[in-house]
Design a protein around this ligand. Structure first.
Ligand code: GTP
Ligand code: MG
Length: 345
């Protein structure tokens, strides 16, 4: 006996409904999956926003904290206040440093990242050793958008002493970002420290100096070597996450070479929050400046008195006692370090 037509019809109906239900289930399943994906994305977005909010709150808190002056200064200057008197005393102190007979010149060298303010520091020092009110521009400085403004070893006389001896400073190429170029630069910088490179040598990107180069000095005398190395670091960009590898390698090299003295020149201090004042008169009461000093100490493992805070002359037309005094105090310390080193080698 065959299946009655009515039952067949019912089965088909049931199968269709079943299929429809299954399709609906699949659609709902994919909708659920889509909703879950959206939910996950929203959750992640929320977490990221919360993190960003926290960072902004922390930054805000730090900005507010930075603005509150310290109760006592983080450094006491030898002569209090940014006065004409303090400045005259510093000039007298520099003049009365007794230079060792065995050296015709005290040689300093600046090194550091491109755009850190090396040439500007050289200009600032040249300015404070001038008799007139002009801002010096002996070392070209243009800005941070060039690979390195300074390409050659540029030797500048800062001061001639009554004894005939000179205080010299050498400006040089900024440390490049490219790893290979950086190694080449590091080798050239070490050779400059040890007096093997003569002035006007052009630092090259693809090759360190060779012994057969016309500007290679085979047997440098003590008067041709460097007596204090100045790492110029931008205070505004000081970053604990960065390795400062080349500078650290050079620091090791200084240690291995009779402990040639090292000083950190913290430039662009004027860009920090200096107690809400527009000039640098609040620098030693500034929490922000103090934090940067601590950071420099940690990064380079040096003592506080090896770090010199500086606000370079940039596009001013007039001298300022504050900038002069910061630079004079720095050069006095540097000169004393260099002299002690020469006396002991
Ligand atoms: N506000 C401020 N700007 C500075 C200071 N020092 C340097 N600058 C500016 O930073 C930029 C780079 O300064 P340079 O002196 O050319 O830097 P550099 O280290 O010689 O750079 P390279 O020769 O390229 O390696 C210039 O625009 C300067 O005006 C400072 O103390 N304060
Ligand atoms: Mg330069």
């Amino acid at each position: 006996m065959g299946t009655p037509w009515s039952t067949l019809g019912n089965n088909e109906e049931l199968n269709r409904e079943k299929n429809e239900l299954q399709d609906k289930q699949i659609r709902m399943q994919s909708q659920i999956e889509e909703l879950n994906r959206e939910k996950k994305e929203l959750q992640e977005k929320l977490i990221a926003e919360k993190k960003e909010n926290k960072e902004l709150r922390d930054q805000n808190k730090e900005l507010r904290e930075n603005r509150v002056s310290l109760e006592s200064p983080w450094r006491e200057l030898k002569y209090k206040g940014f006065t004409d008197d303090a400045k005259s005393h510093l000039y007298e102190d520099i003049e009365s440093v007794v230079l060792p007979d065995k050296c015709e010149a005290i040689n300093l060298i600046v090194m550091g990242d491109t755009g850190s303010g090396k040439s500007s520091f050289v200009n600032t020092l040249k300015t404070v050793f001038r008799d007139n009110d002009h801002i010096a521009n002996v070392a070209p400085s243009y800005g941070t958008n060039f690979p390195s403004t300074t390409r050659r070893l540029h030797e500048i006389t800062l001061k001639s002493f009554d004894s005939g001896q000179k205080l010299m400073i050498n400006d040089c190429r900024g440390i490049p970002k490219d790893v290979t170029e950086r190694d080449i630069c590091e080798s050239d910088l070490k050779n400059t420290i040890n007096g093997h490179i003569k002035k006007n040598y052009e630092f090259k990107a693809d090759r360190a100096i060779q012994k057969n180069d016309g500007l290679y000095r085979e047997n440098p005398t003590i008067s041709e070597k460097m007596h204090c190395v100045l790492f110029v670091v931008n205070a505004d960009m000081l970053d604990i996450e960065r390795t400062y590898l080349t500078l650290k390698n050079i620091q090791g090299y200084l240690h291995d070479n009779n402990d040639i003295p090292l000083q950190i020149i913290l430039t662009k201090m004027d860009k920090l929050d200096l107690c809400g004042l527009s000039d640098c008169s609040g620098i030693f009461y500034s929490r922000h400046a103090s934090k940067k000093m601590q950071l420099a100490k940690t990064i380079f493992g040096v003592k506080g008195n090896q770090i010199q805070p500086i606000a370079n002359y940039v596009d001013e037309t007039r001298r300022s006692n504050i900038k002069d005094i910061l630079a004079l105090q720095a050069i006095l310390n540097i000169l004393q370090e260099a002299v002690t080193y020469i006396e002991n080698i």
